[in-house]
Design a protein around this ligand. Structure first.
Ligand SMILES: *[C@@H]1O[C@H](CO)[C@@H](O)[C@H](O)[C@H]1NC(C)=O
Ligand SMILES: *[C@@H]1O[C@H](CO)[C@@H](O)[C@H](O)[C@H]1NC(C)=O
Ligand SMILES: *[C@@H]1O[C@H](CO)[C@@H](O)[C@H](O)[C@H]1NC(C)=O
Length: 292
């Protein structure tokens, strides 16, 4: 059985005091909650990787965020999810501004919904802009995310929010630049990248029917190699928000053919196809023609 969540707490600072890796995840992130349910360890070829383990038991889970906040960047991180019976657990990766009122809340959300042993995870995604979310799309991963690290990425620039799995785009949410409809794109607030592991057995697995099996606790999820690449504008342009509208710069990272293929093969749920949900609300949201 795995060791209890809080066993590791004091070991960590000592280990890393002597580490001087160039881009150090240990230096770039801090715990936001459940500090005593997390630890760093070193692994990989020649001790190259600083791995952050988040732990969940009956008392609580844990979560971290980046120390720095960014306005337009690409975020890449490797994750290995809770193995075996992960039903009821949710492991997350998301962007969010710090401490803002709900009316201006922005968020780009990836939630990995656990499952019973042998049944697949669901990757649940959502995008909030100016306090409005409800833009859920769900995917089935095409590999077992619990046996190895896989790379999950969010590209956020003034025209696109692209979500990628191992470099394959699965969602392209575009800025519709339409001032008459509700502003539906995060364009002005810096966001931090977050990760967390928590219990959500009231809804996460098979609609909440399958509860967390605490006899299998503690549960662990692992993060490594956080890479943040701030958005770089064209020469002579002061920042990405000032890039001229006709500039092709921000479209370069979109591989349309790969996106369509991934969505054909792995999309499970799309709010844009959920006509029942929106039938009394004026139909499918306008944003849907900019979200695929
Ligand atoms: C998952 O189950 C396998 C096979 O029973 C076992 O070897 C492995 O240690 C388990 N992993 C965890 C994280 O409990
Ligand atoms: C903005 O959205 C409204 C409502 O859907 C639409 O009527 C209008 O044509 C759009 N304007 C532009 C410039 O696309
Ligand atoms: C869990 O497995 C069941 C059965 O394969 C599947 O229907 C469901 O979508 C899976 N994921 C979640 C989060 O329930």
């Amino acid at each position: 059985m795995a060791p209890p969540c809080s066993r590791w707490f004091t070991v960590v600072a000592f280990l890393f005091a002597s580490s001087s890796a160039a881009a150090s995840m240990y230096d770039e992130v801090e715990m936001v909650w459940g500090n005593d349910h997390s630890f760093f360890y070193i692994d990989g070829e020649g001790g190259a990787d600083e791995i952050l383990a988040l732990c969940l038991d009956e008392t609580h889970g844990s979560g971290f965020h980046s120390k720095d906040a960014y306005l337009y960047a690409r975020f890449d991180i490797d994750m290995m999810l809770v193995a075996n019976n992960s039903a009821g657990t949710v492991t997350t990766l998301y962007l969010m501004p710090e401490d803002v009122p709900w009316e201006i809340h922005d968020e780009v959300d990836l939630e990995f919904l656990g499952n019973v042993t042998g049944e697949p995870y669901t990757l649940h995604t959502n995008i909030f802009a100016n306090g409005v979310g409800g833009r859920e799309q769900q995917f089935r991963l095409w590999f077992d995310p619990t046996t190895d690290f896989h790379t999950y990425s969010i590209v956020w620039n003034p025209k696109h929010i692209i979500i990628l799995v191992d470099g394959v785009p699965i969602r392209d949410y575009r800025n519709n630049n339409n001032a008459t409809t509700q502003p539906a794109f995060p364009t002005w607030q810096k966001m931090k990248v977050h990760g967390s592991l928590w219990n959500a057995d009231d809804w996460a697995t098979q609609g909440g029917r399958v509860k967390t099996d605490w006899s299998a606790a503690p549960f662990y999820a692992y993060y490594r190699r956080l890479r943040v690449t701030p958005c770089a504008p064209s020469p002579g342009v002061s920042w990405c928000g000032d890039e001229p509208p006709e500039s092709p710069l921000f479209d370069q990272e979109v591989d349309g053919a790969a996106l369509r293929k991934a969505r054909e093969e792995h999309l499970l749920y799309d709010y844009c196809k959920d006509t029942n949900r929106f039938k009394d609300k004026g139909g499918i949201p306008v944003q849907c023609s900019f979200d695929e």
